[in-house]
Write a protein that binds this ligand. Structure first.
Ligand SMILES: NC(=O)c1ccc[n+]([C@@H]2O[C@H](COP(=O)([O-])OP(=O)(O)OC[C@H]3O[C@@H](n4cnc5c(N)ncnc54)[C@H](O)[C@@H]3O)[C@@H](O)[C@H]2O)c1
Ligand SMILES: [Fe+2]
Length: 383
């Protein structure tokens, strides 16, 4: 049995780290950048900071600003067209998971045109060639898309979101510059932060977890539990810690997988356009209760990493309850909706949502094998 680990070639951390982009582009011999972002990030003067770095270094670039949250197949195909027209030889993604994921799909199709339909990239696909080089600058603190080998695309026709897993899509350079996420409004900060906590916890209890990823996930749980409240309150130190914590979670889960919190969250975004982090955060405590019996001692370590005192003296029932309660408390403190009905779920959609969740690439990693009836019951319990 061997374990595979795929990470960025180079990552930069800290305030002002975006300045490193120019030398990275130059030393890699890249000539034309496609800068992938959205209109709001230009309006709020977030993406413009990266443009200034490129302007100052006389690096040639063109902007593709048509990214939308929960990106679609059409967004990707429009991006591929734009990339060809620009004759870009690399992409700089500036944004959250949506901009980075769309960049991955574009960059993969540019070098593997047989996947131009996008749908054929679903699941664990071993594409023939590495994607065009991506330099990813995250502006949210949650998805860790800058370090993962995954991307998530919405199929509007089939009302589903699908996960693509491919080591060829990983950004060569990741830039985690907390000044780029400083402008996140409170709600986005809370939702993306809870997405990061979900990655850390699901990654820690997933079937493929092992010692190296356990180390990363426990550290991420510790950082996120310590920093998320102050980050949401706007404290720069909290924002900075969250930028790191979400990346550490990404180093782990990208290499071992997740579980059914993600499988159950994806259909909510596909059907109701629910922000990914909100969907994950709302579902997390309920699935933690469902999974508890299949996690051995792990909830004790989750509780410990979340700052719960006295976990060594607790019974199994007590430490499991303590871990779930700590997650619930954090979720309430950052004002996450506590029911899926509050994020748009309708009773009559539940069978479709459950079928969609069962077909999701994350389901196989869940510590407990769910049936479709289990998933229906879980959604219903959160109405
Ligand atoms: N690739 C992965 O491994 C992975 C993991 C988890 C989630 N995802 C995917 O990522 C997407 C969600 O990404 P996200 O949660 O980062 O949000 P996002 O990228 O969808 O961005 C949401 C909104 O926030 C705005 N925004 C982003 N940064 C901002 C800033 N600094 N200041 C002000 N506004 C800002 C954007 O303009 C956008 O309107 C989903 O599609 C999800 O499925 C991918
Ligand atoms: Fe996520």
């Amino acid at each position: 049995m061997s374990y595979r680990t795929v990470l960025n070639e180079t990552s930069y951390f800290g305030p002002g780290a975006i300045a490193e982009l120019s030398s990275e582009v130059k030393k890699r011999g890249l000539k034309k950048v496609m800068l992938v972002t959205d209109k709001d990030l230009i309006k709020f003067k977030v993406a413009t900071r990266v443009m200034k770095v490129l302007d100052d270094a006389s690096i040639s670039y063109e902007v593709f600003d048509k990214i939308k949250a929960n990106p679609t197949i059409q967004n990707v195909q429009d991006g591929v067209k734009a990339c060809k027209k620009m004759k870009a030889d690399c992409l700089i993604a500036v944004g959250g998971g949506s901009a980075i994921d769309t960049s991955k799909a574009i960059a993969v199709i540019m070098t593997n045109p047989e996947h131009a339909d996008v749908r054929s990239l679903e699941g664990a696909v071993q594409t023939a060639k590495k994607c065009l080089p991506i330099l990813a600058v995250s502006t949210t603190s949650g998805t860790a898309a800058e370090v993962t080998i995954n991307y998530v695309i919405t199929d509007e026709e089939k009302h589903r979101k699908f996960v693509c897993v491919d080591p060829h899509d990983i950004p060569v350079v990741a830039v985690i510059d907390p000044e780029m996420s400083a402008s996140m409004p409170k709600g986005l900060c809370a939702a993306t932060g809870m997405d990061a906590l979900t990655h850390a916890i699901e990654g820690y209890i997933t079937k493929g977890a092992w010692e190296l990823t356990d180390m990363l996930h426990l550290k991420a749980i510790e950082i996120i539990s310590r920093a998320l409240r102050s980050s949401v309150a706007g404290d720069p130190q909290g924002r900075s810690e969250m930028a790191l914590g979400q990346y550490v979670a990404g180093m782990g889960f990208s290499n071992v997988g997740l579980g059914i919190v993600h499988s159950m969250a994806h259909p909510l975004s596909a059907l109701y356009d629910t922000p990914h982090g909100v969907a994950c955060a709302t579902i997390l405590p309920t699935v933690l209760e469902y999974n508890a019996e299949s996690t051995g001692e792990k909830y004790r370590e989750i509780a410990r990493a979340m700052g719960v005192q006295g976990v060594d003296d607790m019974t199994q029932e007590e430490y499991r309850r303590a871990a779930i309660d700590a997650v619930k408390q954090l979720s309430r403190d950052v004002e996450i909706p506590q029911k899926v009905s509050l994020v748009g779920v309708k009773e009559e959609d539940i069978p479709f949502l459950a079928e969609s969740a069962m077909a999701d690439a994350c389901t196989g990693g869940n510590p407990k094998d769910p049936t479709v009836e289990d998933v229906i019951a879980l959604y219903k319990s959160m109405m």
